[in-house]
Design a protein. Structure first.
Length: 255
């Protein structure tokens, strides 16, 4: 599914969320940051420590972050996001002006040439759909009717477009999650969940989300010696986010 995130300038990186996103989507990470004067793009990280070391110096900058899980194309650094929209066809004059990150699957954009078979659906979509739009108008993503059409044609997918000057757009932003700190996430794989004995769902920070419709005791997890029900499929809570309120506090104390 991948995880795509957008962070406004002046806000902090959320390393807990990023670590959960990386663990759930381990096939390569990348980011783009801007100070309003130019883009810095780095990708092809296959360990979280390397990813964090590269991103950490850019504190306070506007950022797009992406954690990939392979659906189409090979698992390699080339298929990591983000992609350079203006430079994807080899035109050096367009490089570094606009990048895109994608979460989802765009099934209509598959390889047209045998030599491109190893490339992802996002690469094909950027090359064959977004590049012509950018070539016609660099700020194409602010045209309301076109933005709506792009949202419909990619279905449940989401796109983040980030320009060198900090201008940006999120296609299908209403399908994502916006946190109080300003972060926007394309899905919930950045959150660690746990289910208590009463069927309530909790975030790792102690926030109770909702009552599960059914208890999911199909497995067991052991935290500090106590049996627990099945963890969420995204990631196992590791107890490092602090002490949680009862009933979770009794088994998930800070290490």
């Amino acid at each position: 599914m991948c995880l795509l995130a957008y962070k406004p300038a002046g806000t902090e990186f959320d390393w807990t969320a990023y670590a959960a996103g990386f663990a759930s989507n381990p096939d390569g990470a990348g980011f783009a940051v801007t100070d309003g004067k130019g883009l810095t793009v780095e990708k092809g990280f296959f360990t979280f420590d390397e990813f964090r070391a590269a991103l950490e110096p850019h504190v306070g900058k506007q950022a797009m972050v992406h954690f990939r899980i392979t659906t189409h194309g090979e698992t390699n650094d080339v298929n990591c996001h983000p992609f350079d929209v203006g430079g994807i066809r080899g035109d050096e004059r367009g490089e570094g002006r606009l990048v895109v990150g994608h979460n989802g699957i765009i099934g209509a954009y598959q390889p047209r040439r045998e030599k491109d078979c190893g490339m992802s659906d996002t690469w094909h979509y950027t090359r064959n759909r977004l590049w012509p739009l950018w070539k016609d108008s660099e700020k194409f993503y602010h045209r309301d009717r076109l933005k709506s059409r792009l949202g419909k044609e990619i279905g449940w997918s989401k796109l983040v477009l980030l320009a060198a000057d900090g201008d940006h757009a999120i296609i299908n932003d209403h399908l994502g999650i916006r946190e109080k700190d300003g972060h926007w996430y394309s899905n919930s794989t950045y959150v660690k969940y746990a289910y208590d004995d009463w069927g309530y769902v909790w975030k790792a920070d102690g926030t109770k989300l909702y009552k599960a419709s059914t208890k999911r005791f199909t497995g067991s997890g052991v935290v500090q010696g106590e049996r627990f029900g099945e963890y969420d499929e995204y990631d196992e809570y590791d107890g490092n986010a602090g002490t949680l309120p009862d009933p979770l506090g009794r088994w998930a104390q800070q290490n």
